[in-house]
Design a protein around this ligand. Structure first.
Ligand SMILES: NC(=O)c1ccc[n+]([C@@H]2O[C@H](COP(=O)([O-])OP(=O)(O)OC[C@H]3O[C@@H](n4cnc5c(N)ncnc54)[C@H](OP(=O)(O)O)[C@@H]3O)[C@@H](O)[C@H]2O)c1
Length: 262
């Protein structure tokens, strides 16, 4: 299959990085379209793929097109394409852009899938949400190659869950700044700082994934009554860290709705 990224910035590049480490890379042909010659050159250099600077050439060339431009650009991009002689599969990465809208802009015989991966795709650790009228085997395979997938039962679920899977890496990096602030005075070098925080988070992730326990149960296992962890947890409660995270997730969802309506 010929698979093309229409718009190939931070997210699409991370997907290409992840897929390039898997067998799929040799089984299919990958290409992209972007606007700037400098972006095209850097993509050609990193991935040795065909890169177009006009979308029509990419769409004519490919069977499966992954929309990786900004949500508010998609309607105008699609409206400029000439009618296509054969049917295609379209995968949208665009936050907040509904399945219904995408369907209304694309030929009725074409297959449409919404996908919400994260830039952790580069390390084959994305949690990708997928939605379509009918599951699509190759799309499933593509996103399994860059992490785990969850097909959701309705389109709205993608928008509701995207703050958790797609925005939260940034929220965790924000918390990481708190670790960094604390560790600055301890004079560790950047490699040691990244190792301590990264390995700790990896252990936390492994535990959550392997045991499927609630946060309350997990906290009980780590926090001995009267111990040092409880003292720290008390501070997090005092500063309403839990509430702050919930509000951040709600704000991300609200913003995705605003962006989608532009
Ligand atoms: N970043 C994330 O973590 C994340 C997570 C979930 C979903 N998303 C979604 O993924 C999409 C891309 O986000 P991003 O962060 O990767 O954005 P980005 O880094 O700004 O990349 C946008 C890409 O679109 C290209 N582009 C702009 N106008 C175009 C046009 N008219 N035709 C073809 N290509 C065009 C740009 O090309 P040039 O380089 O030539 O300007 C660039 O390659 C968005 O819809 C976003 O909602 C992103």
């Amino acid at each position: 299959m010929k698979i093309g990224f229409l718009g190939c910035g931070k997210l699409a590049r991370s997907i290409l990085r992840g897929i390039s480490k898997r067998d799929l890379w040799k089984q299919h042909s990958f290409s992209a379209s972007v606007t700037q010659e400098a972006s095209a050159a850097s993509l050609r250099q990193e991935f040795a793929i065909e890169v177009f600077t006009d979308n029509q050439s990419l769409v004519d060339f490919c069977d499966l097109i992954i929309l990786g431009a900004k949500p508010h650009q998609i309607s105008s991009i699609l409206s400029k394409l000439k009618p296509l002689p054969r049917s295609k599969t379209w995968v949208s990465l665009c936050a907040g852009l509904s399945y219904e809208k995408l369907r209304s802009w694309l030929p009725s015989n074409d297959e449409v899938v919404r996908a919400m991966p994260s830039t952790s795709s580069a390390f084959n650790e994305s949690m990708t949400l997928l939605y379509a009228d009918k599951k699509h085997a190759l799309v499933n395979e593509l996103f399994q190659a860059v992490g785990s997938v969850l097909w959701v039962s309705e389109d709205l679920r993608i928008d509701q869950l995207a703050p958790v899977t797609a925005s939260s890496p940034a929220f965790i990096y924000h918390l990481m700044e708190g670790f960094e602030d604390y560790m600055t005075s301890l004079e560790l070098n950047p490699t040691e700082t990244s190792l301590l925080i990264g390995q700790m988070l990896k252990g936390v992730a492994q535990k959550i994934l392997s045991e499927s326990k609630s946060a309350e149960e997990l906290i009980k296992e780590v926090a001995t009554p009267g111990g040092m962890t409880v003292a720290g947890l008390r501070k997090l409660t005092e500063f309403e860290a839990r509430k702050a995270l919930t509000e951040a997730l709600k704000a991300a969802y609200e913003r995705s709705k605003e962006l989608a309506s532009r």
